[in-house]
Design a protein around this ligand. Structure first.
Ligand SMILES: [Zn+2]
Length: 386
């Protein structure tokens, strides 16, 4: 039995793509989803993050007590950039040759809407499962995973056994783990002076060089202490450096940005410990001042590649052998969700090609989106089977 026609499913996706949620205004998308759920007798509640920014939580309960499966997607999208470069209006959700175009259609409104429709259809079909399906539509994932952090910290997802996150992976790829991501800045504060008299100033550039050399040694030693068989090694990359004012002045201020990608064996705190130790050592021997500014501290998310949720999703495919189980370097809302419990089943699986996320002319194959509604339904019933 299906509750919705393909035309309806397509229309709902177009509606939500047409709601502009560029790192803001997620409340409008949450209200839209709440209205749709309400039409089918499913109550929901909003969790306010900020003015105009609301995450949405809704439950469908099965026959008896059982597992709690969280279905999650973020409602925010990244900026469309200059619409001039788009072939089609980024917020019109036009369909051409079987593809729906629009900002956020791939990352990740198609996945989110497929989850919502699967949830409604399961309820309408009599909720033939045990346990609870809980929708968690989150705000601000693209900037700082604000919604998932808030929902996790405030207890809205306590007791979850599984997390299904509908980020675009494509039908042929399912993600069971990803690294953590630590984004930070190192500030070097010196004192400017004429370059003919450097001794009266403090060279912030030299300070940063000393920090880089010192921290690289510490990273090398610390990172060699553990490897994850799925994710590889923790790495650190210094990515941006800015400083100095003019060619004949000693640099007063230098700021460097860096990004570490972490594994459970060498986690975010290990990286922070090395950074702080390097800062302390260099500061102890210099008149200048190094300091750390953490921008984002997202943890890894790991789960066995044959966990029951992965198995259910793989088996919901017509050709299970064609689905590969992989890891990714980037972080998702799972960074926050997975800190709720020590053991959980994680699957990141949704319609859309990962490489199309955030680009101009972002699209999703309409048929893949429609297929995912059925894949989710079957997998959820299997995971929560009576
Ligand atoms: Zn995303």
């Amino acid at each position: 039995m299906t509750v919705f026609t393909d035309e309806q499913k397509i229309k709902y996706l177009q509606d939500i793509v047409q709601i502009k949620t560029v790192n803001d205004n997620e409340e409008e998308a949450a209200n839209y989803l709440a209205g749709l759920l309400k039409e089918y007798g499913i109550d929901s509640y909003g969790v306010k993050y900020d003015e105009g920014r609301v995450s949405l939580v809704a439950d469908v309960k099965g026959q008896e007590e059982g597992k709690l499966l969280v279905l999650s997607g973020h409602t925010d999208v990244v900026s469309e950039g200059d619409p001039f470069y788009w072939t089609y209006d980024p917020y019109a959700a036009e369909i051409h040759d079987g593809k729906m175009y629009g900002r956020g259609v791939n990352d990740m409104k198609a996945g989110l809407m497929a989850l919502v429709l699967a949830m409604i259809e399961l309820k309408e079909e009599g909720a033939d499962f045990n346990g609870t399906i809980r929708l968690a539509a989150t705000v601000g994932e693209e900037i700082g995973m604000y919604g998932s952090k808030q929902l996790s910290e405030e207890g809205h997802l306590d007791g979850a056994d599984g997390f299904l996150i509908a980020e675009p992976s494509g039908q042929g790829t399912i993600i069971y783990a990803h690294k953590g991501s630590l984004q930070y800045e190192i500030h070097a504060q010196g004192q400017s002076a004429h370059s003919s008299m450097p001794e009266v100033g403090i060279d912030a550039l030299q300070l940063m060089v000393d920090y880089i050399n010192n921290s690289n040694e510490k990273f090398a030693e610390a990172f060699a202490k553990g490897t994850n068989e799925d994710l590889g090694d923790t790495i650190n990359v210094n990515t941006v450096i800015n400083g100095g004012a003019q060619i004949n002045s000693v640099a007063e201020k230098v700021i460097m940005k860096a990004n570490a990608r972490t594994i459970p064996e060498v986690d975010n705190q290990v990286v922070l410990d090395q950074i702080n130790a390097a800062i302390e050592e260099v500061n102890a021997t210099s008149k200048g001042e190094l300091s750390l500014n953490i921008l984002q501290n997202n943890y890894f998310a790991t789960s066995p590649d044959d966990n029951p949720l992965i198995e259910a999703l793989v088996n919901a495919n017509e050709n299970p052998e064609a689905v590969s189980r992989e890891t990714i370097g980037g972080a998702t809302d799972a960074s926050n969700f997975s800190r709720i419990s020590d053991e959980y089943d994680l699957a990141i699986y949704g319609p859309g090609d990962m490489s199309v996320a955030h680009v101009v002319d972002e699209y999703v194959e309409v048929q893949e989106y429609l297929d995912f509604v059925d894949i989710y339904k079957q997998a959820i019933k299997d995971y929560l089977k009576v």
